[in-house]
Design a protein around this ligand. Sequence first.
Ligand code: ADE
Length: 341
Amino acid sequence: MTRHINNHSNDDAKHSDLSPQEQQGEVVLHQSLRPNSFESYIGQDELIANLKVFVRAAKKRKQALDHVLLAGPPGLGKTTLAHVLAEEAKATLHTTSGPAIDHKGVLASLLTSLNEGDVLFIDEIHRLSAVVEENLYPAMEDFRFDLFVGDGPYAKAVTMNLPRFTLIGATTRVGMLTGPLYNRFGFHAQIHYYNDHDMIAIVKRSAQILKLEIEDEGVQEIARRSRGTPRISNRLLNRVRDFADVDNEGLVSKTIAAKALDRLGIDHVGLDLLDRRYLTILAEQFQGGPVGVETMVAALSEDRGTIEDVVEPFLLQQGFIARTARGRVALDKTLLHLGLK
Ligand code: ADE
């Protein structure tokens, strides 16, 4: 069972050129495609193998799972994995986010509504305020929460005992977590971009669920252009399906997929308009760098979070750019890709 405790800004909305209504549609679509068990989860093999042991051991000891920190770029399945973990542990999942817990009282009401063994998922956990974070420490460590009742000289400290619960924190910025918070998680999981093989399997699975008629080469085309990110492949699959319905009687062929993705501004390696603007500015305006992130953000007039969490991690991972002490530099691959070499 899942309970959404607070509305929160899901990072589904980031790095998207869709209207809020369309984005909501994409969120619903993505949720219906989410795996809900280890069995149906594709990729992240080592991590999943470890999590399986971890869940089995907790079950054997009849204990709540230890707290888990999930780190990685947006769209790789941190929320999905929290659902899978709760499902596998047969626990009730409560979801919220760092910015939604805007004062200590919100945290108190969240924690005191938990039952033994429940899972509390906090997305964007690096965005908790210092006060909220400090109050989370005793809850994580000793399953207690200190409340002050009353005001001034009559104020009294009351300690509340909490049930043993599991905290799953998710972050795109593991470096922004304080040491004390980071160290209170018993398991640190890094989610990586999916390789081509896994992306192909994910697109195939989604197409099957959506009952799409799709050729293997159509699957490959979408998988290759999805930046190793299931959320993107699910969105692109839906867009490609529109073109297939209108132009090809619903059949997703390689040609239809390529045509649709070209028209959406996504090139043959999955870079979109913003990625290419980033690379062009770095290569041409700044002669390949090094350029500080502030300068890049100003030159692009884009949100810093999008640049740092979404654009750069993929360009780094793919070897288009490198990070040096003096800033970002363009690598040869960028010059080749942009046709400058
Ligand atoms: N859909 C989104 N992410 C997935 C994954 N890791 N495995 C299977 N289907 C998915």
